[in-house]
Design a protein around this ligand. Sequence first.
Ligand code: NOJ
Length: 717
Amino acid sequence: MKNMDLNNLLSQMTIDEKIGQLVQFVRAFYSDDKNGEITGPLNELNITEDVIWNSGSVLGSDNAEDMIEIQKRYLEKNRLKIPLLFMADVIHGFRTVFPIPLAIGCTWDMELAKKSAEIAAKEAALSGTNVTFSPMVDLVRDPRWGRVIETTGEDPYLNGLFATAFVQGYQGNMTDEYNIAACVKHFAGYGASEAGREYNTVDMSERNLRENYLPSYKAAVDAGVELVMTSFNTVNGIPSTGNSYLMRDILRKEWGFKGIVISDWAAVQELIPHGVAKDGKEAAKKAIEAGVDIEMMTSNYVNNLRELIEKEKIKMELLDEAALRILELKNKLGLFENPYRTANAQKAEEAYLCKEHREIAREVAYKSFVLLKNNNILPFSKEKNVAIIGPFAKNNRILGPWSVQGKEEEAVNFLEGIQNKIGREKVVTVEGGGINCEDKSNFAEAIEAAQKADVVILALGEDQDMSGEAGSRAYITLPGVQEELAKEIFKIGKPTAVVLFNGRPLEMTSWYKEAPAILEAWFPGSETGNALADVLFGDVNPSGRLTMSIPYTVGQIPVYYNCYNTGRPKNEGTEGNRFLSQYIDIPNEPLYHFGYGLSYTEYSYGDIDLNKTVMKYNEKITAKIKVKNIGKMAGIETVQLYIRDITASTVRPIKELKGFKKIYLEPNEEKQVTFEIGEDMLKFYNSECNYLSEKGKFEIMIGHDCKNVKGAEFELI
Ligand code: NOJ
């Protein structure tokens, strides 16, 4: 903790200076170009320039020189010389761009996730950023929602582990010079936006909220996250940004969160169109009373808090508490001693995309790829002539929609990566129409290239702007004429691997059967081409596993693995019965399920060996299982443990991930994997929303993914 006497400082501040701490605008407002950029927004927000020189934080500056200049100008004008906090969206890397978070999820590797956040924090800190608006830990079940790219998937347990890893990576213990503060978002339940439509309503039971959606935010809070961002949606009829049950009762009282709550962009103002505030004054009142400390990008606090305090009995303590929290973070970051902190343009340049950062970006990328299908054609031999066909053959829009600071020209594209691996002369590319257009004019050229090549790679996908914020889609198939292109190429009969670039699970029902191999690459970031070449040519054995189900078709959504059984489940042996919970035209199952992912080897599982089949409340039992690599290549297997509570006082999911171990196995090597199961892992929210476990039978499932498992039973007494 740094040495500033904050209470003393607070006591010297005027009410307007305190309110100023609660205000955040984008960097353009601090520019020295007073015309153009800045005048318009100031007028629109009905604020004067004084507000800018009292504001507490700024959004979106992303280079050291800019930060230093803004801070300097600000400090000259700010009466008490209280430095600005610099916040930015550093979502999956800064200039070294890692794969999108949904892809990082597929690594099931917390150490690597943490490392990626550490690198992002270092590059960001050197560029003058103090706070990142990450991690986004919203649980997701609807791939129509474009923001699924920003999260780690559909499982509460895994999301919680990743939340912890990211927070630890960014923040460390908040004492290292390259630590930056993290902001977990979007609190709460944003991932459940109805129909996958961005900014839409969320309505769910308290039990569902607590059991599935809240654990990842809670994990971030337990890991010491410094900030929480509210979400745009409603929860139980009340927008999150005015929801005191969420922010005061759950976040602060139940969880003991002591940091800053920031609204999402304009979310205080949006209390008006939501229909819970008649004007800006009421919006400001609701937000501050509910617990929002910083209002992002609108001016309701600045224009109304003074009057609310002076005339309408809003307590001064609310303002003091909020302002103090912001000062505390500035103090913790050492900004009072050195307002520029580690901002250093030269050192930043040295860190950006340095060898070490690129190596980690490459490792995260190749560990995030999920091999969905392989009819024995992959890996390709490095001797073969290759045709890369499709709009991603040499496309540099591969960083993902939320890479704000990354530069496309600094990414290694697919073609470059393959050329690096097998040499220039063995590779040709044909882009074969665009991503989202009807142009088939170079289909003939693509077909000819495929005919001449030994092996073909189809590089297909969505443009990165088709996912991310405001990137909801109702049809989640490959856009444009890409499916037609793929079918033309499949007909030729060459060994063909489809490599998919996308920010969400795509529907591939109309073509997956004809594809000899499918590799899900997501948006892999700075090292895209090199990482793909590592996997496609066998230097790396793919090990990524899905953390979000890939639906059979959009009509199944939401489809997720930890669902309820229903009273009329469709099981083996129920064929022919119409009156079941099922579709009459498609399977219930997704096309590719949670935990799924192939490799170039195979693993065999022994039976589960339980040390006891009866467990007392204060005891643990152990489950052991032998796993053997029965193929020809060394690989990393992710051994997954699922549990089902067979009967309970409320309905329980058909399986829930409770643990996993990643093991490295040489060909023919066998390892024993042990899981300890304690009563804590059996807890759930009962009908009164108490978190507890209940006596009775439980099923344990251990295996390769959520479907391919070995089973055993035990009883809690
Ligand atoms: C809106 C987005 O919802 C949020 O995730 C982001 O951090 C803010 N804008 C700031 O850019």
